[in-house]
Write a protein that binds this ligand. Structure first.
Ligand code: GDP
Length: 336
C-alpha cells in the first residue's frame, strides 16, 4: 500500500471491534467487454424487482425533476432475501487500471462473467489479476450457455482455463475453489448445474443471487466508531456540488452532520474542508433514493463538501487521519 504509513491507531482500533454487517453484500461485476455484464446487471435488477416503475418513489422523482440530479457513477444497489446488494461496475480495460483498483477496493466479492464460447480473454485476465490481488474470491458465471456451440464439455474446458489462469496469477487455495454457475443473461436465467434449456420455473436469476449471499462475505466495520469513508467515485452536480461516493469504513453518517474532508499529507493527514452533509443518496436500480443515514460497510453518495476528491477521506470531525487509499502497483502480467 502506497499510503500504508497513514494507517492510524484509530483504524487499527476499528478493526479490533468490527461488527459483521450481515444485511449488506458489496460486489463487483468483472468481465471482458461483450461477455454480457450489462445484460446481466439488467436481469439482476429485474429479478430483485428494481424495475424503473416499481422504484420510482415520490422522493426520487421530485429530487430528479427539481434538481435534475443524476449519479453517473457505475454502482447500484438492489435487495435480495432481505439483504442489500451494492453492485459496482468495473471497467475491463487496462487503461482504467487505477479505477479498477479503486472499485475493487470497495467490495468483498465479485461475479466473474465469462462468455462460455469465447473463454477468458485479455481483459478477463486483467480484472482477475486485480480481484485476486485484493483477496476476492470470485464467483465464476459462464454466460451465453444458450448458444448452440456451448456444450457441457466446452464449459468444462473453460472452467479449467479459468482455474489455470487463477493458479498462474498466484491464487490461494480458497480462491481456486471458486463456485461456478451457468447462465444465459440474455434469456434471464442462471443455474448451479449445466443446462441448455431450464424448466420454465427455473428460468430466473435466483441461483446467482443466492450464490452471492452464500459466497460473498458480509462487510465488517464498527458501527459505533466515528464516521469514516474513503471517496472512490466523484462527480459534479450543478445544484449539490460534488457527489462523493464511497464505502463507509466505520461509524454512521446522518444528513445535517458536520464532517471533515481529509487528504494524506506526509505520514498523517490534512484537513481540506469542514462542512455539513446536505444530502445522502443511494442508487436503487436505476433511480436515486435519498436516505437519512448510512452505516459502516454500506456504499453511499454524499453531498455538501466541495473540495474532496477521489482518494480523499470524509470523516467525523473528531477524526483527522485519512484512510489509506487502495492504490497498489499494477500487476506484472502480459496483456496478450
Ligand atoms: P458487456 O459489454 O459485457 O456489457 O456485454 P453486453 O451485456 O452488452 O452483451 C454483449 C452482447 O452479447 C449483446 O449483443 C448481448 O445481447 C449479448 N449477450 C449477452 N448475454 C448473452 C447470453 O446469455 N446469450 C447470448 N446468446 N447473447 C448474450
Amino acid at each position: 500500500h502506497r499510503f500504508s504509513s497513514a494507517a492510524s491507531p484509530q483504524v487499527e482500533q476499528n478493526e479490533a471491534s468490527s461488527d459483521i454487517l450481515h444485511n449488506i453484500r458489496n460486489l463487483a461485476v468483472i468481465a471482458h467487454v461483450d461477455h454480457g455484464k450489462t445484460t446481466l446487471m439488467d436481469r439482476l435488477l429485474k429479478q430483485c424487482g428494481n424495475s424503473l416503475l416499481q422504484e420510482r418513489t415520490m422522493d426520487s422523482i421530485s429530487l430528479e425533476r427539481e434538481r435534475g440530479i443524476t449519479i453517473a457513477s457505475k454502482y447500484t444497489s438492489m435487495s435480495w432475501g432481505g439483504v442489500d446488494l451494492n453492485v459496482v461496475d468495473t471497467p475491463g480495460h487496462a487503461d482504467f487500471g487505477g479505477e479498477v483498483e479503486r472499485v475493487i477496493g470497495m467490495v468483498e466479492g465479485a461475479i466473474l462473467v465469462v462468455d462460455a464460447g469465447e473463454g477468458p480473454l485479455a481483459q478477463t485476465k486483467f480484472v482477475v489479476a486485480k480481484a485476486l490481488k485484493f483477496g476476492l474470491r470470485p464467483i465464476l458465471l459462464l454466460n451465453k450457455v444458450d448458444r448452440p456451440t456451448v456444450t457441457a464439455e466446452r464449459c468444462g474446458e473453460v472452467e479449467s482455463m479459468i482455474f489455470d489462469l487463477f493458479a498462474n496469477l498466484g491464487a490461494t487455495e480458497e480462491q481456486l475453489e471458486f463456485p461456478v454457475l451457468y447462465a444465459s443473461a440474455k434469456e434471464g436465467w442462471a443455474s448451479r448445474t449445466f443446462v441448455k434449456v431450464p424448466k420454465e420455473e427455473e428460468r430466473n436469476m435466483a441461483p446467482l443471487l443466492d450464490a452471492v449471499l452464500k459466497f460473498v462475505p458480509p462487510p465488517k466495520g464498527d458501527l459505533k466508531a466515528p464516521f469514516q469513508m474513503l471517496v472512490s467515485m466523484m462527480e459534479r452536480d450543478n445544484y449539490f456540488g460534488r457527489i462523493l461516493t464511497g464505502r463507509i469504513a466505520s461509524g454512521q453518517v446522518r444528513v445535517g452532520e458536520r464532517v471533515h474532508g481529509l487528504r494524506v499529507k506526509g505520514s498523517g493527514g490534512e484537513v481540506i474542508e469542514v462542512g455539513k452533509v446536505v444530502k445522502l443518496m443511494k442508487k436503487r436500480g436505476t433511480t436515486i433514493v435519498p436516505v437519512d443515514s448510512a452505516g459502516a460497510g454500506d456504499i453511499v453518495s454524499l453531498c455538501g463538501l466541495s473540495n474532496p476528491s477521489i482518494g480523499h477521506t470524509v470523516s467525523a470531525v473528531e477524526i483527522t487521519t485519512p484512510l489509506p487509499a487502495t492504490i497498489m502497483d499494477p500487476p506484472t502480467i502480459s496483456m496478450t
